[in-house]
Design a protein around this ligand. Structure first.
Ligand SMILES: C[S@@+](CC[C@H](N)C(=O)[O-])C[C@H]1O[C@@H](n2cnc3c(N)ncnc32)[C@H](O)[C@@H]1O
Length: 276
């Protein structure tokens, strides 16, 4: 009998904008963990789309730490960590990286299902809080996860808003039904259509696409009004080498202090990336 082929572990190649994202998350995690440790809260880190733990930097081919590796090595440490990836070799690599750490659980499976089980555990009256990183490649996250996190009142999120996937596959007249369904699952309903298109048809009877900024602003409103996050600073446009946005990095929280810290980090990191 033939044994099933085991796929090898493959690291992603990442661009400079991903390095910036990782640095923002690392800096915020440090501030978050310092404050929550001081207040003796049980703070959990949840990485929904964790990756392999490391990446290869496209420009130099060097190995760079990914979000789970940074979280595992944080000082002061998170009390509990959950690392999720759909890809089995990546999940196995995360198990290897976290071997011997009793406060880490690696899950291989669909984040949209696993997160809905983990999120309700962040109970306010049990002094539990969570920082959740939602970083899919594209439109692979469901709105009900985001909304569940917002409604808990104890969870802060960093969220990758995949504008490139939307522009390329969804905001076009000949969009495939599967891509439209992915968009609706991410947004939570069909109201993305009003956000993405003006009701004017232009000369050739095609829908007129709104700017990226207005789509992003409509989603920001949803994070506040529908998901129930109290503070959602303007997200950061993560741009490729030719200046075109690949995604927007959102932060959403319930505390003013969290909002202030995230805004400061956004500002500092952008300034640094623009000035070498
Ligand atoms: C952008 S990468 C994550 C990078 C990582 N957060 C970092 O910054 O180091 C996205 C990861 O999500 C995983 N993935 C894709 N769909 C998924 C799903 N439905 N549930 C869980 N993981 C998924 C992929 O295997 C991939 O490793």
């Amino acid at each position: 009998m033939k044994s099933a082929a085991i796929r090898p572990l493959k690291f992603d190649e990442i661009g400079d904008w991903s390095v910036l994202k990782l640095e923002i998350l690392r800096q915020y995690s440090y501030a978050y963990s310092t404050i929550l440790t001081k207040h003796r809260l049980h703070h959990t880190y949840i990485d929904g789309f964790a990756g392999a733990g490391h990446h290869v930097l496209k420009r130099t081919k060097e190995l760079v730490p990914g979000s789970p590796w940074n979280a595992l090595n944080l000082e002061p440490p998170f009390r509990e960590l959950h690392l999720i990836d759909l890809d089995k070799p990546r999940a196995n690599e995360l198990r290897r990286l976290s071997a011997g750490l009793p406060n880490v659980e690696v899950h291989d499976g669909n984040a949209n299902e696993i997160l809905l089980k983990l999120i309700p555990k962040a109970k306010y009256d049990q002094r539990r809080r969570a920082l959740c990183f939602l970083d899919p490649y594209g439109l692979h996250l469901n709105w009900n996860v985001i909304e569940a996190a917002g409604k808990m009142g104890t969870i802060e999120i960093f969220l990758n808003f995949p504008i490139h996937d939307m522009n390329r596959n969804v905001f076009r007249d000949d969009a495939a039904p599967d891509d439209v369904a992915r968009m609706t699952a991410f947004w939570g309903n069909e109201s993305w259509r009003e956000a993405a298109f003006s009701d004017k048809y232009h000369l050739f009877k095609e829908m007129e696409k709104q700017s990226n900024e207005s789509v992003v602003e409509a989603f920001r409103e949803r994070l506040k009004k529908v998901a129930g996050f109290t503070f959602v600073p303007p997200p950061l446009a993560m741009k490729n080498s030719i200046g075109s946005p690949v995604y927007y990095l959102f932060f959403a929280a319930q505390e003013q202090l969290a909002d202030k810290i995230a805004r400061d980090i956004f500002k500092r990191c952008v300034f640094r990336s623009m000035n070498g």
